[in-house]
Design a protein around this ligand. Structure first.
Ligand code: CIZ
Length: 341
């Protein structure tokens, strides 16, 4: 027998409990095609992670774009970045393990400096967050004096520190509509800025950033994804304007989630966003026929059960979200403003 050193140790008296864990996982994951054998292969990890998080006083927050084994196997709270940021301020636990990308975990830390925030495998390579720095924002403000700066959540803390208000796809439209000014700096998602300009009628100064996952969706690819003419199509704000023009609805995953709650039985729905969200909807709303988008964010997919178990068992410095206190304090204003919408 080959003994792999880095596998959670399961004591003989725990094997019965492991069977229960396999059944629990199978109930959740089978609608996505997971077999009993596949659930058996992850059960030692989910079992140990759930045990460790209780022992060590952690809550696990997971973004809807995470893989289904994280979402249904170990997460305590699942949602979009706005919901997760809100929940992080409400929970009593002082320790948060955040399964998502860096800038989202940073938002949690900005709002909760006293809490320990861990990320299992840091996804620092978001094309949106990487496209802009605090210095770039200072220059934009000089160029457009008086224009409020709305930054998308997909930005690093130094960019949030230079912004007036942070937004997510769930409240971007509401925030833009609520501002008195007609000219608004919206950074860094150019597609989203242009899409919001059309919807709100405001003059939006954009920045040349894009999400590689949503921006990769072309009309040609969309045509291949629509398997039936009756399929309702719903594009994320981060998609290209020509995609937005050719679909039935537009919004963030919060809007898509609400749509799923009310969707008629057997309706065919294609959400043009990250596949993890669609997998979540398939499990939560089995009466709706969700088509696959096959859109994968590799930064989101860095976290897995193995890295999560390691981070809980013995976190390294790299797992811990640390922010410069000056930047954190400055960024607090924009992130806290976001929670008001
Ligand atoms: O705000 C979020 O969580 C992102 C990045 C997308 C969405 O629509 O949920």
């Amino acid at each position: 027998m080959v003994v792999v050193e880095d596998t959670p140790e399961i004591r003989s008296e725990e094997f019965g409990l492991l069977e229960e864990e396999v059944d629990r996982l199978f109930t959740k994951l089978n609608p996505l095609g997971w077999t009993k054998t596949a659930c058996e292969s992850i059960a030692p990890f989910t079992y140990k992670i759930n045990q460790l998080k209780k022992e060590k006083g952690f809550k696990i927050l997971a973004h809807s774009y995470q893989t289904a084994d994280i979402v249904f196997g170990i997460a305590d709270i699942v949602g979009d970045s706005l919901a997760l940021a809100r929940k992080a301020t409400e929970i009593k636990e002082k320790r948060i393990l955040f399964c998502g990308v860096d800038f989202m975990a940073e938002s949690v830390k900005i709002l909760n400096p006293e809490k320990l925030v861990l990320v299992p495998a840091r996804g620092r390579d978001c094309t949106l967050a990487d496209s802009i720095t605090g210095e770039d924002v200072r220059k934009l403000k000089e160029e457009y004096p008086g224009a409020p700066v709305v930054c998308y959540v997909n930005t690093n803390a130094d960019v949030k520190a230079e912004s007036d208000i942070c937004c997510t796809s769930a409240n971007a439209r509401k925030i833009i509509d609520s501002l008195e000014e007609d000219t608004i700096i919206f950074i860094p998602d150019e597609n989203m800025g242009n899409n919001l300009a059309k919807i709100t009628g405001k003059k939006i100064i954009t920045w040349p950033g894009s999400c590689r996952t949503h921006n990769a969706l072309t009309i040609k690819r969309l045509e291949k994804l629509i398997l039936d003419d009756n399929t309702k199509t719903f594009a994320h704000f981060e998609c290209r304007p020509e995609i937005i023009e050719s679909v039935d609805f537009v919004g963030g995953t919060g809007d898509m989630h609400r749509y799923s709650t009310n969707a008629p039985k057997d309706e065919k729905v294609l959400f043009l966003t990250e596949q993890g969200f669609i997998d979540r909807m398939k499990v939560e709303y089995p009466d709706v026929q969700f088509e696959d988008s096959k859109m994968i964010c590799i930064s989101m997919k860095r976290n897995d059960l193995f890295s999560t178990w390691k981070a809980l068992e013995k976190p390294t410095d790299d797992n811990v979200i640390e922010l410069d206190e000056e930047i954190r304090k400055k960024a607090f204003r924009a992130v806290n403003n976001m929670l008001k919408y």
